[in-house]
Structure formats: structure tokens, C-alpha cells
Design a protein around this ligand. Structure first.
Ligand SMILES: *Cc1c(COP(=O)(O)O)cnc(C)c1O
Length: 469
């Protein structure tokens, strides 16, 4: 009799040994996070298959087919052939590391080196993260009115996984979520693939991208499971006032809707502006606040994120927490080396690092804003934080182009400058500029955009000509 050996990862309790016949399995030891050897007697044959497939027919699942990244869908469909006479300037990539001009702090690197050298972080951590690392995050983000303990923190693989877990724990297929428009496209990508509907609420460019509260409220129905707020915002760079956040909370409170606060750009606000995290302002609305190292510490590739559970009046209670813990067991969360470095990253990074990062971003945003606001046909909206700036296009003055996609496509062909058309954020007639590029590039890009617009601008549309006559 032949014995086959299987390795089964036992992750806490409740892991199923799917696919292996129930009998004949011997697990050496119970539970814990260890790997167990299991022997299966090969003599136990599966029952004769009834309808054997005659040919291969392997197709992607419905979930895979329903997983759509709108940015890819739009960018991949664009004809992006730069002008060979001008070097390409990509203002499209929301990754502050691409030009090498914004290194992270030495302390952050040292923390990572120390974590590796200690050899203490090569194994599996609990699926929600090491207690010590969660405690460090809790201490870092605790505020009066919104205290946090280690057990209120779940470490995840980037803020993206934090968002995924948060949506997953709050929503069932058929439910809907409220998502900002323009907004970060991941929310919709995740929700749609899980059979959750997305309702887009409008942001108002003329009010520095504040939420159209009436519109938001009109979208709520009995299947609304959660409201997503992005503050500071990608793609807008907006930062909400305390009063505006309170208005949003009062709507959530009236309809008893929990909030997913995407605060990955938390504290990345320009001097003179204040960031208010949502949780301390809430007296009754429960909040899952998602964040991570990616943007503020300039290490998006390290894939470290977190959920901060701000329960109010025990609305989430133990069930939502347990749900999050269960969901975290699907992937076993964040890289353990980064977890090992986390406490030191949070506690030892000097204030000057954060300040110089934000000063650099602000300077670039000001250059971009002041340059583009004097370009006929463009309406940039000055940001207050994060690392983006949105620019409105008066399409009626650019009759050669149907929309922002064609506009930005031709900007590449003629000027080798690539900005993301805001159709990628479901917000046509705008484009987004990433302002983390080196200053010289920013200046050069703005000059080229000016030249491009001057060439294609038509002072009056056909319609207004007719009206004038
Ligand atoms: C970049 C970004 C994220 C994702 O962060 P990761 O930690 O890299 O997964 C989440 N939300 C917003 C608004 C972002 O811009």
C-alpha cells in the first residue's frame, strides 16, 4: 500500500482539507500556524466518475471575467505613441518612486534592514498581524475621542487588501456601496467582482471637490451597505473640512450606514491646511479606516496596509471583528518582514521627512496650478494634499477632440506628455496630473501642455458663434 504525503497549512481552527477524502487523513497536531504532514492512503479510490469530460474546456471564472480595472481598460485602448523628438514625461503614474526623486527616509530603510538581519520575521505571523506591530499602529493613530488598541488593528497586504476586506465584511452580493465620483477605481473593481453594486455620488469641483450631499443622500436605499470616503482624495487632492466631514457623518448616522474611510493620504496635507481623520468626529457611526505605508512613507511596493476598527456604540460588535479575522485568514495578510520593521518605521521616522515630502508636493502642485490656470481652455483645481491635481478641459474650445481620452492621447502624440484622462475615474472632461515628478519635468510638462492647448484651442464653439450673430 502506497502512502502519499500532503502538506497542509493549518491556519488557526476551521481550515478544511478540501478535495481529500474525509477518511484516512491523519493530522499530527491540531491547529496553530504550523505545517502538518498528512498521510493519505492511496488505496482509497474515488468513486467512478459518472460523466467524464471528453475534452479540455478550461475557462476563466465569472469572478475573473468580472474583475475589471477601468484604468487599464482605458489606457490599454489608447494609442500612445510619443513624439520621437521629445522625451516622454509620464504624469500618469500614482507611484511616487518612479522617478527616484522621492526616496523614503533612511530610518525607514534601516528599520527594514534590521528586521531582516534579526531573522525573527521569516515565519508566518497570525493572519491579522503580529500583536506588537498592531499595537504600534494603534498607538500611532490613537487620538482623543478615537482610542485604538492592538485588537482594533488588522494588518493587510497594502491598503488595497484593507479595502477589499472592509467591503467584503460589510457587503453581500446584491447590496450597494456609495463611492465618490471622481474616485479611486479600485473600489468599483473590487465591488463589481463580488456582485456588489456601485452607486457613484458626485463631488463638486467648484467647491474644492466637496461631496454633493443631496446627491449622496438621494442614492441611499435599503440595500446600501457602506459609504466610502476618500480623504485626502485620489484623484482630486482635496482635503475636507471638519464641518464637511460632520455633514457626511450626519447623513451616515441618519440612515445607519457604516463608513469605509480611505485615509491612505492621511496627514499628507499642505502647510496651512489641517487633516481631520473621520473617526474622532463620529459619535455613533462605526468606521473602518483604511491606511498603509504606501504613500506617506513612499514605499508602495512594500505592501503594508491596515484597517483601524473604530466601533461606536458597539455597532460592529464582535461579529464584524470576527468576520474581518476570518477574511484575513484567506491570504494571511501582510509581509512579516515589513511587520517587523513597522514599529520603528512609525516611531523613528523624523518629522522633517514628512514635511519635506509635502513641501515638495505642494511646490510642484503650485507650479502646475499657476501654469495651467493661465492656459485658455483649461481649469485646474488647486489641491490641498495627497499628490494629484485635476484639470478641467473646456471641451467646447477643443472641437478636434471628442473627449478627454482623445485629448490626452493627442497630447502624447504631439508633446510626449501623458496625463490620465479622468474618464478612468468615471469623470469625463478632466485629466489628472501626478505632482510627484521632479520639478524640472513638471515645468517642462506644463510648457508643453500650454503649447498643445494654444495649437488646438478655438476661441468660440460653433454654438456660441451662432448665438452671437
Ligand atoms: C494608492 C492608493 C491605495 C492603495 O494603496 P496600497 O497600499 O498600495 O494598496 C488605496 N487608496 C487610494 C485612494 C490610493 O490612492
Amino acid at each position: 500500500m502506497e502512502n502519499r504525503s500532503y502538506k497542509i497549512k493549518m491556519n488557526g481552527n476551521g481550515i478544511q482539507t478540501n478535495g481529500i477524502h474525509g477518511n484516512g487523513i491523519h493530522t499530527n497536531g491540531i491547529n496553530g500556524n504550523a505545517v502538518h504532514h498528512v498521510s493519505v492512503k492511496a488505496s482509497i479510490h474515488p468513486a467512478k466518475l459518472k460523466a467524464r469530460r471528453q475534452r479540455w474546456n478550461v475557462k476563466p471564472s465569472e469572478m475573473a471575467k468580472n474583475t475589471l480595472n477601468p484604468i487599464r481598460a482605458i489606457v490599454d485602448g489608447m494609442k500612445l505613441t510619443p513624439n520621437p523628438d521629445k522625451p516622454m514625461i509620464a504624469l500618469s503614474i500614482g507611484d511616487p518612486t518612479v522617478f527616484g526623486n522621492m526616496p523614503t527616509d533612511d530610518k525607514v530603510l534601516q528599520a527594514m534592514k534590521d528586521a531582516i538581519d534579526s531573522q525573527k520575521y521569516n515565519g508566518y505571523a497570525p493572519s491579522v498581524g503580529y500583536y506588537k506591530s498592531r499595537e504600534a499602529v494603534a498607538n500611532f493613530y490613537s487620538e482623543p475621542g478615537a482610542p485604538l488598541e492592538a485588537n482594533d488593528v488588522i494588518l493587510t497586504s497594502g491598503c488595497s487588501q484593507a479595502i477589499e476586506l472592509a467591503i467584503n465584511v460589510l457587503c453581500n452580493p446584491g447590496d450597494n456601496i456609495l463611492v465618490p465620483c471622481p474616485g479611486f477605481s479600485l473600489y468599483k473593481t473590487l465591488a463589481v467582482s463580488m456582485g456588489i453594486k456601485v452607486k457613484l455620488y458626485n463631488l463638486l469641483p467648484e467647491k474644492s471637490w466637496e461631496v454633493d450631499l443631496q446627491h449622496l443622500e438621494s442614492l441611499i436605499d435599503d440595500r446600501t451597505a457602506c459609504m466610502i470616503l476618500t480623504n485626502p482624495s485620489n484623484p482630486c487632492g482635496s482635503v475636507y473640512s471638519k464641518e464637511h466631514l460632520q455633514s457626511l457623518l450626519s447623513i451616515a448616522s441618519r440612515y445607519c450606514i457604516p463608513i469605509l474611510a480611505d485615509e491612505i493620504y492621511g496627514d499628507m496635507v499642505f502647510p496651512g491646511c489641517t487633516f481631520h481623520s473621520l473617526a474622532p468626529l463620529s459619535s455613533d457611526v462605526p468606521i473602518l479606516s483604511c491606511g498603509g505605508l504606501a504613500k506617506r512613507w513612499l514605499v508602495p511596493g512594500w505592501r503594508m496596509g491596515w484597517i483601524l476598527i473604530h466601533d461606536r456604540n458597539d455597532v460592529f460588535g464582535s461579529e464584524i471583528r470576527e468576520g474581518l479575522v476570518k477574511l484575513s485568514q484567506r491570504i494571511l495578510g501582510a509581509c512579516t518582514v515589513v511587520q517587523g520593521a513597522l514599529e520603528s518605521i512609525l516611531n523613528d521616522t523624523p518629522q522633517e521627512f514628512y514635511q519635506s515630502t509635502i513641501n515638495f508636493i505642494k511646490t510642484n502642485a503650485e507650479i502646475c496650478f499657476s501654469e495651467l490656470s493661465t492656459v485658455p481652455g483649461l481649469n485646474p483645481v488647486m489641491p490641498s494634499g495627497a499628490m494629484y491635481l485635476m484639470v478641467g478641459i473646456e471641451m467646447e474650445h477643443f472641437p478636434e477632440f471628442q473627449n478627454d481620452v482623445e485629448f490626452t492621447e493627442r497630447l502624447v502624440t504631439e508633446q510626449s506628455v501623458f496625463c490620465l484622462p479622468a474618464t478612468a475615474f468615471e469623470y469625463p472632461n478632466f485629466f489628472r496630473v501626478v505632482v510627484t515628478v521632479p520639478e524640472k519635468m513638471m515645468v517642462e510638462a506644463c510648457e508643453r501642455i500650454r503649447e498643445f492647448c494654444a495649437r488646438h484651442y478655438r476661441p468660440r464653439s460653433q454654438d456660441s458663434n451662432e448665438l452671437d450673430q
